[in-house]
Design a protein around this ligand. Structure first.
Ligand code: PEP
Ligand code: MG
Length: 756
């Protein structure tokens, strides 16, 4: 039998030689098309390259009129070449002129050719151009010839991507690869960042394209596929909770794909045609991705990203790459672009080099987003298609406020954003100047501005923000970013580090508040809850799993030895829950003192006011605890019967409406009457306008995200408290109680020159 792959192999060998020769780019292209035409016994071989203005320009030809090079052009979708580029699929025609899309370009002189074979030039699923061969006779090209041309197109894609052809573009025109692109998605964390793309999973660039020994490459491919399958089976057989549910489904899809005969056959064929095993993986993946990109079925597109991940795993097997290569050359203004990523992976990047995070998937509640927020970097999510359009090192703007990104931005877009960033920087400078000033109203009333935290990465903010302490330390975050329950020692270490970093400033630790929207992948509720926000969560859960609470309490008591310890219970509904928790604490104190441990010198127990039932027993509640803190996020959702995460309702009800302000006033008044300290630690505290309202109601301690402290302090400095109090007393006592006071408060601020 004739070795059908001999032709392509010889061709690839010739191309390799041409790539290595010191040639001008045009000369190299001319020789490449001549070589392809000769090898494929074609009278014509032409290369069209896609420009940023969606035009395919003839860059080189053997056989057509040489004068038409850089002149002949077709729009994307126009003619056979435009159709191939738009669909990312090859066309194999014995009589091209009969095809409905055929468009005649007189300058090329192609009318005498009948048969036509054209393939897209693809890289990572993007079409960069079209490669065509033609013959006079009406012949149908064989499958192996198609395969050979596709393989050759890969080499050309590499030339385009490495910028080799950029010098051939006419002034004012650009290749499509460099085209600016904007994406809209969701805002996951505010802020604006200008920087350069760092692909979290860098496209593994296969530089070694041509194989020396086909049998050896086939063996390598087979071996890598074998270890890939084994590693998937291994993960599947582990009865690890982390691989339950979603994870398991994905792994099962991987296993199916890894055993897909069609996929394996295409890989082997590419190797037989002269590619290395890794180049074969890239080629097959690129073809597949290009085709799937045109599918609208979301299920199929999702499967595509599974296939991509699988191909990447296979490439890593072949190239022996670990993730360490990615950290190697991080620009100082990195914007990480990822399909999705784990929280721990983000923490591996040095904070001082991060300017933003772009995710194709993810949700505002995903762990990586929680961590990114703690790190204070802008995050834009649901940016479908961003990964395949971005190249490492591309300029990028991330607009976390609007949930938008601009890749390779035009100079005017860049200038507008640079101005925005400078403006923010000036404001930050102002806030920094306020950092060491006391937080007081204009008429001298002191208000403690505390910060919310939950992770180790938050701690530097304590000094940077000028916070008076940590009003809410969300201990569950450590649990949420971990792969398994953090051990007692890890908990104790974090708490000790927090207290050390606080240098004597007060810190309020909230016991683990999981359940509701805060799920731990390794700890599933066996009951499928219909209303998780009203379900088994927070103190309810930890009282049912006392070992969890005991371990945490013990870790807290040990970490706070010789210092003050403030512990706060989330989602308290009945006072009995406080008594039960206190019993657990007392038992732990007794246990530790029996073993002569250093105990906290002061221990204060508080409760969060998040459940409306507590509003009807405020006196008893305040007698039962040392302090209370209003969790306005949950309290608002329960008072208004409005899911805090439902974007459809997010603008419908306002915490600055009269009924909710009355609730908040009732709590702070009860605190005064009972001499129990009251704070508030929901998002409400961090917006200058609502912080102003809280101070007007009587709150003298509020806790917020560290970035909010500067703006709230600046607001306070201009606030004449007696005026505001009079204004609010009037607003809350007037009979039209359904009103929203937001507009009136904003007008009050404007009239009194208060920056909100
Ligand atoms: C709240 O509910 O207001 C609160 C501070 O707790 P979390 O946002 O963590 O539920
Ligand atoms: Mg809450």
């Amino acid at each position: 039998m004739r070795d059908q792959a001999a032709g392509p192999r010889v061709l690839l060998k010739r191309l390799r030689e041409l790539m290595a020769e010191a040639l001008e780019p045009q000369e190299r292209l001319d020789r490449i098309v001549r070589e392809i035409a000769g090898n494929m016994v074609a009278e014509v071989c032409s290369l069209y390259v896609l420009r940023a203005d969606a035009v395919l320009e003839l860059y080189a030809t053997e056989g057509l009129n040489p004068g038409s090079v850089h002149l002949a052009q077709l729009r994307l979708g126009q003619g056979l070449v435009g159709t191939i580029a738009a669909s990312a699929r090859p066309l194999n025609l014995s009589d091209a002129q009969l095809h409905p899309a055929f468009a005649y370009l007189p300058e090329t002189g192609e009318e005498i050719y009948h048969s036509f074979l054209g393939v897209p030039v693809l890289r990572a699923g993007r079409t960069l151009g079209v490669l065509v061969v033609q013959n006079r006779t009406k012949r149908h090209y064989r499958d192996d010839e198609l395969e050979a041309l596709e393989t050759t197109a890969m080499v050309i894609a590499e030339m385009i991507a490495t910028g080799d052809l950029a010098r051939l573009t006419r002034p004012g025109l650009e290749l499509d690869l460099r085209r600016p692109a904007s994406f809209s998605g969701l805002s996951f964390n505010e802020g604006v960042g200008l920087g350069h793309v760092v692909l979290h999973e860098p496209r593994i660039v296969v530089t070694n394209l041509f194989n020396e020994d086909t049998e050896e490459e086939l063996r390598r491919l087979d071996e890598a596929l074998g270890s890939l399958r084994l590693s998937i089976d291994d993960m599947l057989s582990r009865r690890d909770v982390a691989f339950e549910g979603e994870h398991r489904a994905v792994l099962e899809a991987y296993r199916m794909f890894a055993n897909d005969r069609g996929w394996v056959r295409r890989l082997e064929e590419a190797v037989r045609n002269g590619l290395t095993a890794e180049a074969a993986v890239e080629k097959v993946q690129s073809d597949m991705r290009a085709r799937m990109l045109h599918m609208t079925d979301p299920y199929m597109r999702e499967r595509m990203s599974d296939f991509d991940d699988l191909a990447n795993r296979l490439l890593r097997q072949l190239m022996g790459h670990g993730p360490e290569v990615l950290a190697a050359a991080l620009p100082k203004d990195a914007v990480i672009v990822a399909r999705s990523m784990g929280a721990a992976e983000l923490l591996d990047y040095p904070r001082d080099k991060l300017r933003g995070l772009v995710l194709e998937d993810g949700a505002v509640t995903s762990h990586v987003v929680i961590v990114a927020r703690a790190m204070g970097i802008p995050v834009a999510g649901q940016m479908k298609g961003a990964v395949s359009m971005a190249e490492n090192g591309d300029a990028i703007i991330i607009d976390g406020d609007e949930g938008r990104i601009h890749l390779r931005p035009q100079p005017d877009v860049e200038a507008a954003y640079a101005e925005k960033v400078r403006f923010r920087a000036r404001r930050q400078e102002l806030y920094r100047e306020l950092r060491n000033k006391p937080s007081k109203t204009k008429d001298g009333a002191r208000v403690d501005l505390m910060m919310n935290a939950g992770l180790f990465v938050d701690l530097p903010q304590l000094a940077e923000s000028g916070a008076a302490g940590i009003g809410l330390f969300r201990t569950e975050l450590q649990f949420m970013v971990a792969a398994t329950f953090p051990r007692a020692e890890a908990q104790e270490k974090l708490y000790r580090d927090v207290l050390d970093a606080a240098k004597g400033k007060p810190v309020t630790f909230r016991t683990i508040d999981i359940g509701g929207d805060k799920v731990l992948p390794y700890f599933k509720n066996s009951v499928n809850e219909e209303n998780p926000a009203l379900g088994w969560r927070a103190i309810r859960l930890t009282l049912d799993r006392p070992a969890l609470l005991r371990t945490q309490i013990r870790a807290l008591l040990k970490a706070a030895g010789g210092r003050e310890l403030r512990v706060m219970l989330p989602m308290v509904t009945e006072l009995g829950e406080i008594f039960q928790a206190r019993e657990i604490i007392d038992r732990e104190v007794r246990h530790l003192s029996r073993f002569a441990h250093d105990l906290p010198n002061i221990l204060k127990l508080g409760a969060m006011i998040e459940v409306p039932a507590l509003l009807f027993q405020l006196e008893e509640l305040m007698r039962a605890v040392d302090f209370v803190s209003v969790g306005s996020n949950d309290l608002f959702q329960f008072v208004m019967a409005t899911d805090r995460g439902n974007t459809q309702l997010s603008d419908r009800f306002d915490p600055l409406s009269v009924p909710f302000l009355r609730v908040l006033k009732q709590i702070v008044d009860a605190g005064k009457a009972m001499d129990t300290p009251v704070t508030l630690c929901g998002e409400l505290a961090g917006k200058p306008i609502s912080a102003m309202a809280l101070v007007g109601l009587g709150y003298r301690s509020i806790s917020m995200s560290p970035a909010a402290i500067g703006p709230v302090k600046a607001m306070l400095a201009e606030l004449q408290l007696d005026r505001l109090e009079a204004f609010l007393t009037d607003a809350l006592s007037r009979p039209d109680a359904g009103r929203n006071t937001r507009e009136e408060l904003a007008a009050f601020a404007r009239e009194n020159n208060i920056p909100i």
